[in-house]
Design a protein around this ligand. Sequence first.
Ligand code: SF4
Length: 229
Amino acid sequence: MRKPERFRRFLDYFTTHFPEPQTELRYGNPYELIVAVVLSAQCTDKRVNHVMPALLEQFPTPAQLALASADNIFPFIRSISYPNNKAKHLAGLGRMLVDDFGSEVPSTIEELQRLPGVGRKTANVIVSVIYNQPAMAVDTHVFRVSHRLGLVNKTATTPLAVEKELVRYIPLVLIPKAHHWLILHGRYICVARTPKCEICPLKGFCKYYITNFGQPAAEDLNAATTPSI
Ligand code: SF4
């Protein structure tokens, strides 16, 4: 199967069955989202959602975060992965939001990447979720699922290479949604160790499945036509 056909089937499936995907991080404004996304690096959204209310009660705005030291922030995020580094990042992030951006979360990838703790992936999430721009954040789920499905070539060995291939084939208007579709599919169905191929509705065109198990029988496909997420 050629790549454009594979993309077409991927997009058709999710557009039909899951037209309005959302991030699972809870947030009320851009400041809260950027704090949550910084905390979510190598940590589950569930755990981040658990610590956010107390953290935001103490530091509800960039101005309050800017006044905090890493030591002040640490107790609120101690159960998150890499709490020392993330506490330092958040303290620096608060100060830079206030000093350089008028307490607003910037809207360009270049400006966002100046903030402590914000790499290209985090910046893409912010511009995609908050500003609805066509940016594809490639995390471990997006990377894995894109490769298994055969949406990207084997030679795409870095997140940036995967990002470039995906945005080449996905219509701009669908890129923010496709980001969520790939993440959620990777989180719940196409999981890292043992993908749940038996219940996956994408196996009819999935490169990994067809390579390892052959083309699925019609009854298998019919059994897997429920929404995957
Ligand atoms: S068929 Fe299996 S490998 Fe392919 S996307 Fe579904 S769960 Fe992942």
